[in-house]
Design a binder for this molecule. Structure first.
Ligand code: AP5
Length: 210
């Protein structure tokens, strides 16, 4: 099965993509995660993409992103399908993907802006085990330390509030048009903030008819 997951920054794409990947036994391909890993590994591309683009809330240019995704999709594990999380994000990317792939489902997680902003502006992760917290909804017991390993919690560089607002503007201008582009193939699931990730996943499975 070949799936695309669309939604605003903070809609819960990464959270649901992991569950979908486990359930359908397909690789989870997150372009955001690829850029963060390249930055953590201090590769030339990783540092450039952070310093000029994603660290400031802008999209990484299409040519760089497309090359990265094309290389990933050419790997053997993608033959059985994949879930794309955060790609495509522009019409250029969507059209390039369409050239060589038939997508089974485009899943759109619809969320209000206020929820997305609180989720990502409040997100903190343990610097050691990466456990996820939110200072508004799910704070750690001890100030800024992980409950499990007592290590410092850190904020993603692009999760600072002014950059989050910029990411939402970029989403509205460049990614939102994809909803119309995929209109014949899109499945929408609404998240108003009342459902746990597991409950939302049940809704997604039902919407996908599986
Ligand atoms: P990317 O990593 O894709 O970031 P994003 O989509 O902007 O935002 P998030 O990953 O923060 O949101 P999400 O929807 O995955 O939500 P999550 O599950 O994490 O991209 C980062 C940057 O890289 C981009 O801004 C861009 O610059 C660049 N980039 C990436 N792809 C690109 C492309 N194709 N082209 C060009 N540039 C590209 O959840 C958020 C939080 O909410 C978490 O703390 C989670 O635990 C919590 N949460 C989730 N669901 C629930 C729930 N149901 N209840 C309570 N909490 C929940």
């Amino acid at each position: 099965m070949k799936l695309i997951l669309l939604g605003k920054p903070g809609a819960g794409k990464g959270t649901q993509a992991k569950k979908i990947a486990d359930y359908y036994n397909i690789p989870h391909i997150s372009t955001g995660e690829m850029f963060r890993q390249a930055y953590a590994g201090k590769t030339e591309l990783g540092v450039l993409a952070h310093d000029k683009y994603w660290g400031k809330g802008h999209l990484v240019p299409d040519d760089i992103t497309l090359k990265l995704v094309e290389e990933r999709l050419a790997k053997g594990d993608c033959k059985k399908g994949f879930i794309l999380d955060g790609f495509p994000r522009t019409l250029v990317q969507a059209k390039a993907l369409d050239k060589n792939n038939t997508i089974d489902h485009v899943l759109y997680i619809e969320t209000p802006d206020s929820l997305c902003i609180q989720r990502i502006a409040g997100r903190r992760n343990c610097s050691q085990c990466a456990k996820d917290y939110n200072i508004y909804f799910n704070p750690p017991k001890k100030d800024t330390l992980c409950d499990t390993c007592n290590q410092q919690l850190v904020q993603r560089p692009d999760d600072k509030e002014d950059i989050v607002k910029q990411r939402i503007i970029v989403y509205e201008n460049q990614t939102q048009p994809l909803i119309a582009y995929y209109q014949n193939n899109i499945v929408t699931v609404t998240d108003n903030g009342n459902d746990s990730p597991d409950k939302l996943f049940q809704k997604i499975k039902k919407a996908l008819g599986k």
